[in-house]
Design a protein around this ligand. Structure first.
Ligand SMILES: [Zn+2]
Length: 270
Protein backbone atom coordinates (compact mmCIF):
# COMPACT_ATOMS: atom_id res chain seq x y z
CA UNK A 1 0.00 0.00 0.00
CA UNK A 2 2.67 2.46 1.15
CA UNK A 3 5.06 1.45 -1.62
CA UNK A 4 2.45 1.88 -4.40
CA UNK A 5 1.69 5.37 -3.09
CA UNK A 6 5.39 6.20 -3.26
CA UNK A 7 5.52 4.85 -6.83
CA UNK A 8 2.56 6.98 -7.91
CA UNK A 9 4.06 10.06 -6.27
CA UNK A 10 7.37 9.37 -7.98
CA UNK A 11 5.79 9.04 -11.43
CA UNK A 12 3.72 12.20 -10.98
CA UNK A 13 6.75 14.14 -9.78
CA UNK A 14 8.86 12.87 -12.66
CA UNK A 15 6.18 13.75 -15.22
CA UNK A 16 5.73 17.25 -13.78
CA UNK A 17 9.47 17.98 -13.75
CA UNK A 18 9.92 16.58 -17.24
CA UNK A 19 7.12 18.67 -18.76
CA UNK A 20 8.41 21.78 -17.00
CA UNK A 21 11.92 21.17 -18.29
CA UNK A 22 10.75 20.55 -21.86
CA UNK A 23 8.64 23.71 -21.95
CA UNK A 24 11.45 25.82 -20.47
CA UNK A 25 14.09 24.37 -22.74
CA UNK A 26 12.02 24.89 -25.89
CA UNK A 27 11.36 28.49 -24.85
CA UNK A 28 15.06 29.11 -24.48
CA UNK A 29 15.71 27.48 -27.83
CA UNK A 30 13.18 29.67 -29.59
CA UNK A 31 14.70 32.81 -28.13
CA UNK A 32 18.22 31.80 -29.04
CA UNK A 33 17.46 30.96 -32.64
CA UNK A 34 17.54 33.49 -35.40
CA UNK A 35 18.22 32.11 -38.84
CA UNK A 36 19.50 34.50 -41.44
CA UNK A 37 18.01 34.57 -44.87
CA UNK A 38 18.85 36.58 -47.93
CA UNK A 39 15.29 37.24 -48.93
CA UNK A 40 14.19 40.42 -47.26
CA UNK A 41 12.43 43.55 -48.28
CA UNK A 42 14.31 46.45 -49.77
CA UNK A 43 14.83 49.08 -47.08
CA UNK A 44 12.53 52.00 -47.44
CA UNK A 45 13.74 54.93 -45.40
CA UNK A 46 11.13 56.47 -43.18
CA UNK A 47 13.35 58.10 -40.65
CA UNK A 48 12.41 57.11 -37.15
CA UNK A 49 14.93 58.27 -34.61
CA UNK A 50 14.21 55.64 -32.05
CA UNK A 51 15.93 52.29 -31.66
CA UNK A 52 13.53 49.38 -31.82
CA UNK A 53 16.01 47.04 -30.12
CA UNK A 54 16.66 49.35 -27.20
CA UNK A 55 12.96 50.11 -26.86
CA UNK A 56 12.40 46.36 -26.64
CA UNK A 57 15.01 46.04 -23.89
CA UNK A 58 13.40 48.94 -22.00
CA UNK A 59 10.01 47.27 -22.37
CA UNK A 60 11.38 43.96 -21.06
CA UNK A 61 12.82 45.74 -18.04
CA UNK A 62 9.50 47.44 -17.31
CA UNK A 63 7.64 44.13 -17.74
CA UNK A 64 10.02 42.22 -15.52
CA UNK A 65 11.04 44.63 -12.79
CA UNK A 66 8.16 47.07 -12.50
CA UNK A 67 4.83 45.70 -13.72
CA UNK A 68 4.64 42.79 -11.22
CA UNK A 69 4.61 45.40 -8.42
CA UNK A 70 2.23 47.73 -10.25
CA UNK A 71 -0.18 44.83 -10.86
CA UNK A 72 0.12 43.69 -7.28
CA UNK A 73 -0.98 47.15 -6.11
CA UNK A 74 -3.70 47.20 -8.79
CA UNK A 75 -2.41 50.61 -9.79
CA UNK A 76 -3.23 52.31 -13.11
CA UNK A 77 -0.33 54.14 -14.73
CA UNK A 78 -1.43 57.66 -15.74
CA UNK A 79 -1.43 58.41 -19.48
CA UNK A 80 1.20 61.10 -19.08
CA UNK A 81 3.57 58.50 -17.61
CA UNK A 82 6.13 57.60 -20.27
CA UNK A 83 6.15 53.99 -19.07
CA UNK A 84 2.49 53.58 -20.02
CA UNK A 85 2.12 51.03 -22.87
CA UNK A 86 0.46 53.67 -25.08
CA UNK A 87 3.64 55.72 -24.91
CA UNK A 88 5.75 53.06 -26.60
CA UNK A 89 5.62 53.73 -30.35
CA UNK A 90 6.55 50.09 -31.12
CA UNK A 91 4.01 48.50 -28.78
CA UNK A 92 1.26 47.98 -31.36
CA UNK A 93 3.69 46.39 -33.82
CA UNK A 94 5.29 44.20 -31.17
CA UNK A 95 1.86 42.93 -30.20
CA UNK A 96 1.27 41.97 -33.83
CA UNK A 97 4.28 39.69 -33.97
CA UNK A 98 3.28 36.05 -34.24
CA UNK A 99 6.06 33.59 -33.47
CA UNK A 100 4.67 30.58 -35.33
CA UNK A 101 7.73 28.36 -35.26
CA UNK A 102 11.47 28.57 -34.60
CA UNK A 103 12.08 29.88 -38.12
CA UNK A 104 8.76 31.54 -38.76
CA UNK A 105 7.61 34.97 -37.68
CA UNK A 106 4.32 36.28 -39.02
CA UNK A 107 3.06 39.82 -39.40
CA UNK A 108 -0.24 40.12 -37.54
CA UNK A 109 -1.44 42.91 -39.83
CA UNK A 110 -1.01 41.33 -43.29
CA UNK A 111 -0.15 37.68 -42.38
CA UNK A 112 3.14 37.71 -44.30
CA UNK A 113 5.75 35.27 -42.95
CA UNK A 114 9.45 35.79 -42.30
CA UNK A 115 12.31 33.49 -41.35
CA UNK A 116 13.69 35.67 -38.58
CA UNK A 117 12.45 38.37 -36.24
CA UNK A 118 14.74 41.02 -37.70
CA UNK A 119 13.12 40.65 -41.13
CA UNK A 120 9.71 41.10 -39.58
CA UNK A 121 11.11 44.23 -37.90
CA UNK A 122 12.25 45.49 -41.31
CA UNK A 123 8.83 44.69 -42.74
CA UNK A 124 7.17 46.72 -39.98
CA UNK A 125 9.50 49.63 -40.72
CA UNK A 126 8.74 49.48 -44.44
CA UNK A 127 5.09 48.54 -44.66
CA UNK A 128 3.50 49.58 -41.41
CA UNK A 129 5.51 52.67 -40.53
CA UNK A 130 2.33 54.74 -40.24
CA UNK A 131 1.92 53.23 -36.78
CA UNK A 132 5.26 54.64 -35.67
CA UNK A 133 4.10 57.94 -34.32
CA UNK A 134 6.76 59.65 -32.25
CA UNK A 135 5.06 63.01 -31.88
CA UNK A 136 4.74 63.00 -28.11
CA UNK A 137 8.05 61.51 -27.02
CA UNK A 138 6.89 57.93 -27.37
CA UNK A 139 10.38 56.48 -27.67
CA UNK A 140 11.05 54.05 -24.83
CA UNK A 141 14.70 53.78 -25.87
CA UNK A 142 15.11 57.38 -24.66
CA UNK A 143 14.44 56.10 -21.13
CA UNK A 144 17.15 53.46 -21.33
CA UNK A 145 19.57 55.54 -19.28
CA UNK A 146 17.14 55.69 -16.38
CA UNK A 147 16.11 52.03 -16.69
CA UNK A 148 19.62 50.50 -16.88
CA UNK A 149 19.18 48.93 -20.34
CA UNK A 150 22.94 48.40 -20.68
CA UNK A 151 23.02 46.46 -17.45
CA UNK A 152 20.26 44.23 -18.74
CA UNK A 153 21.57 43.61 -22.25
CA UNK A 154 25.17 43.41 -20.98
CA UNK A 155 26.46 44.77 -24.26
CA UNK A 156 28.15 47.89 -23.00
CA UNK A 157 29.79 47.35 -19.66
CA UNK A 158 31.73 50.50 -19.05
CA UNK A 159 34.10 50.35 -16.11
CA UNK A 160 34.52 54.11 -15.77
CA UNK A 161 31.74 56.02 -14.11
CA UNK A 162 30.83 59.34 -15.66
CA UNK A 163 29.38 61.58 -12.89
CA UNK A 164 27.62 63.88 -15.38
CA UNK A 165 25.88 60.96 -17.14
CA UNK A 166 24.96 59.41 -13.81
CA UNK A 167 23.41 62.69 -12.61
CA UNK A 168 21.48 63.01 -15.87
CA UNK A 169 20.12 59.46 -15.63
CA UNK A 170 19.21 59.94 -12.00
CA UNK A 171 17.32 63.11 -12.86
CA UNK A 172 15.47 61.29 -15.67
CA UNK A 173 14.72 58.42 -13.31
CA UNK A 174 13.33 60.68 -10.59
CA UNK A 175 11.22 62.47 -13.18
CA UNK A 176 9.68 59.14 -14.18
CA UNK A 177 8.95 58.30 -10.55
CA UNK A 178 7.23 61.67 -10.04
CA UNK A 179 5.17 61.47 -13.25
CA UNK A 180 4.16 57.83 -13.03
CA UNK A 181 3.64 57.60 -9.28
CA UNK A 182 2.71 61.07 -7.99
CA UNK A 183 2.93 60.91 -4.20
CA UNK A 184 -0.17 63.13 -3.98
CA UNK A 185 -2.25 60.32 -5.57
CA UNK A 186 -2.44 58.27 -2.39
CA UNK A 187 -0.90 55.26 -0.67
CA UNK A 188 -0.54 52.98 -3.69
CA UNK A 189 1.26 55.65 -5.69
CA UNK A 190 3.47 56.51 -2.71
CA UNK A 191 4.51 52.90 -2.18
CA UNK A 192 5.29 52.47 -5.89
CA UNK A 193 7.16 55.79 -5.92
CA UNK A 194 9.36 54.45 -3.15
CA UNK A 195 9.78 51.12 -4.94
CA UNK A 196 10.69 52.82 -8.22
CA UNK A 197 13.45 54.70 -6.43
CA UNK A 198 14.83 51.51 -4.85
CA UNK A 199 14.52 49.52 -8.04
CA UNK A 200 15.89 51.99 -10.57
CA UNK A 201 17.00 55.41 -9.29
CA UNK A 202 19.16 54.50 -6.28
CA UNK A 203 21.64 52.65 -8.48
CA UNK A 204 22.47 55.87 -10.38
CA UNK A 205 25.56 56.60 -8.32
CA UNK A 206 29.26 56.26 -8.90
CA UNK A 207 30.01 54.43 -5.65
CA UNK A 208 29.04 51.10 -7.25
CA UNK A 209 27.42 49.81 -4.08
CA UNK A 210 23.81 49.98 -5.22
CA UNK A 211 22.72 47.50 -7.84
CA UNK A 212 19.69 48.11 -10.08
CA UNK A 213 16.58 45.93 -9.71
CA UNK A 214 17.36 45.35 -6.02
CA UNK A 215 13.76 44.35 -5.34
CA UNK A 216 13.89 41.53 -7.85
CA UNK A 217 11.61 40.74 -10.75
CA UNK A 218 9.07 38.39 -12.18
CA UNK A 219 10.93 35.89 -14.28
CA UNK A 220 13.96 33.76 -13.54
CA UNK A 221 16.25 32.96 -16.42
CA UNK A 222 15.59 29.74 -18.30
CA UNK A 223 19.15 28.61 -17.50
CA UNK A 224 18.30 28.76 -13.81
CA UNK A 225 15.13 26.73 -14.38
CA UNK A 226 17.00 24.21 -16.46
CA UNK A 227 19.65 23.79 -13.75
CA UNK A 228 16.95 23.26 -11.11
CA UNK A 229 15.19 20.74 -13.35
CA UNK A 230 18.34 18.74 -14.03
CA UNK A 231 19.26 18.74 -10.34
CA UNK A 232 15.78 17.63 -9.34
CA UNK A 233 15.75 14.88 -11.93
CA UNK A 234 19.14 13.67 -10.71
CA UNK A 235 18.23 13.73 -7.04
CA UNK A 236 14.74 12.26 -7.38
CA UNK A 237 15.80 8.62 -7.90
CA UNK A 238 18.14 8.88 -4.90
CA UNK A 239 15.33 10.28 -2.78
CA UNK A 240 12.87 7.57 -3.76
CA UNK A 241 15.49 4.87 -3.32
CA UNK A 242 16.04 6.11 0.22
CA UNK A 243 12.29 6.12 0.88
CA UNK A 244 12.05 2.60 -0.56
CA UNK A 245 14.96 1.30 1.52
CA UNK A 246 13.57 2.88 4.65
CA UNK A 247 10.15 1.28 4.08
CA UNK A 248 11.65 -2.11 3.39
CA UNK A 249 13.69 -1.86 6.55
CA UNK A 250 10.59 -1.01 8.55
CA UNK A 251 8.70 -3.97 7.08
CA UNK A 252 11.27 -6.73 7.27
CA UNK A 253 12.99 -5.61 10.40
CA UNK A 254 16.66 -5.40 11.22
CA UNK A 255 16.96 -9.19 11.67
CA UNK A 256 16.13 -9.88 8.02
CA UNK A 257 18.58 -7.27 6.84
CA UNK A 258 21.36 -8.88 8.90
CA UNK A 259 20.61 -12.28 7.32
CA UNK A 260 20.77 -10.78 3.83
CA UNK A 261 24.08 -9.09 4.48
CA UNK A 262 25.57 -12.33 5.91
CA UNK A 263 24.46 -14.23 2.80
CA UNK A 264 25.95 -11.52 0.62
CA UNK A 265 29.32 -11.80 2.38
CA UNK A 266 29.43 -15.58 1.89
CA UNK A 267 28.99 -15.37 -1.89
CA UNK A 268 31.78 -12.83 -2.28
CA UNK A 269 34.83 -14.15 -4.13
CA UNK A 270 37.91 -14.31 -1.89
ZN1 LIG B 1 2.57 43.22 -42.56
Amino acid sequence: MGWSMVKIAFLLHLFFCFSLCVSRASQGFEHASGVRTLTHEIPNHHEVHCSRERSRVAWQIIEEYLMPFVDEEEYQLPNKCRLHPDNDMFREQEQHKVHVDTNEWRCGFCKKSFRAEKFLDQHFDNRHYVLLNNTHGRCLADLCGALHCDQKSELKKTKKCNPAAVARNRHLCEGLADNCFPVSQGNKASRLHELFHRQFCDAHTCNGRQKPFSRGGKKQSSVFYLAICVLTLMLLPVFYLLVFLHQREMKKGIQDLKRISKAGRKTKPS
